[in-house]
Design a protein around this ligand. Structure first.
Ligand code: MRU
Length: 344
């Protein structure tokens, strides 16, 4: 599998996810502004991958700084940090990664620009490396929830493309396949930007994992007919009580799963849990451009002047979630994440 993102020679290289699956092209970012724009335009997307990109973006922001300019490095740090932080508001991993970078910066404050740069690059690389390891552990904890011969429904893309490698929801699928189980994945196409059709199907095809593409509206009917064994999705932000923000449409899938007696799991690293939020009511929901709804793959499909709503995420109440699969194990309801009552 090609890496989603990599640090190469004083720049950050990302596979351009807007172009997949028809073109496999890479974008090279040489400045932190380019990284911020790549996140906003969804060249790179998926909460953990956004966090890794922002961490490397912060390193890029430091490259052109010169000690002798007399400007305060602190104010440069804040400027770079704030720009990267403004990119995608729902992804908890973005803020988590930037907070880690701030802590690394503060630990090395006063050691000189060269040492700070080295420390920031080491921290960003660690965030990337640890994410890949974390996803392997999510797979280990989640794989026994999938029976041999199961049909797994997923929504959006919570795969290798959304992370450093392996994926969260798709990591669980990969781990079950590595156990020798025969698994079929049903991929919701995921309007408006079709992450399921374009990305999930593409990466499963690369791995030879059987995938069936359906439109979002078909999921309920297939559940009713008994064709879906289990639902596994990723998460952008999880509140302490288990309420989970994920790609728009996830809530509908969860309600339909409950109605039809299909287990519904969220797979995510603990870095996606926002322990400051008691419940999901205060999770910020990103509103994206109306063109994404008016158009399909850049082609207008409606009246150009029509009013549009385009919330990029919804919040699934914890009562619909059978378990949250993390690198530390599977949490079950009632969720008290970060309270000390769980092992997290
Ligand atoms: O808008 P996107 O494509 O960034 O949304 C991504 C998702 O909703 C994913 O499910 C989530 O970030 C988890 S990725 C491991």
């Amino acid at each position: 599998m090609l890496p989603t993102i990599a640090w190469r020679n004083h720049s950050v290289v990302m596979i351009d996810q807007r172009k997949l699956p028809s073109q496999e092209v890479y974008v090279r970012c040489r400045t932190y502004i380019q990284v911020a724009q790549a996140i906003e335009k969804m060249v790179i997307r998926g909460a953990p991958a956004i966090g890794i990109a922002a961490a490397y973006g912060l390193v890029l922001g430091f490259l052109p700084l010169r000690a002798e300019t007399g400007r305060s490095i602190e104010s440069d740090f804040e400027r770079i940090y704030r720009r990267l932080e403004r990119t995608r508001p729902t992804a908890r991993n973005l803020f988590w990664a930037l907070e880690r970078m701030r802590a690394a910066y503060e630990r090395n404050r006063g050691l000189g620009l060269r040492a700070t740069r080295t420390a920031l690059l080491a921290e960003a690389s660690a965030i990337e490396r640890e994410d890949a390891e974390t996803n392997r552990m999510i797979g280990v904890h989640g794989r026994d929830l999938i029976a041999d011969g199961a049909a797994v429904l997923t929504h959006c893309n919570a795969g290798a493309l959304a992370t450093a490698a392996y994926g969260t929801a798709l990591g669980v699928v990969r781990a079950a396949v590595e156990q020798g189980k025969k698994i079929q994945v049903f991929a919701d196409e995921t309007r408006p930007l079709l992450q399921g059709a374009r990305l999930t199907v593409w990466e499963l095809a690369k791995d030879g994992i059987p995938a069936v593409l359906i439109t979002d509206t078909m999921a309920g009917w297939l559940m009713r007919k008994g064709e879906i064994s289990v639902v596994i999705v990723g998460a952008d932000r999880i509140a302490r009580n288990g309420d989970t923000a994920n790609k728009i449409g996830t809530y509908s899938v969860a309600v339909l799963a409950k109605e039809n007696g299909v287990p519904f799991y969220v797979a995510a690293p603990t870095s996606t849990i926002d322990t400051r939020l008691e419940d999901g009511s205060r999770i910020p929901i990103e509103a994206r451009k109306p063109e994404e709804v008016r158009e399909v793959c850049g082609r207008l499909v409606t009246v150009p002047s029509v009013e549009v709503r385009n919330p990029a995420f919804d919040v699934t109440p914890a009562k619909y979630i059978s378990g949250i699969i993390t690198e530390r194990g599977v949490f079950r309801p009632p969720y008290q994440l970060g309270s000390g009552r769980t092992n997290f």
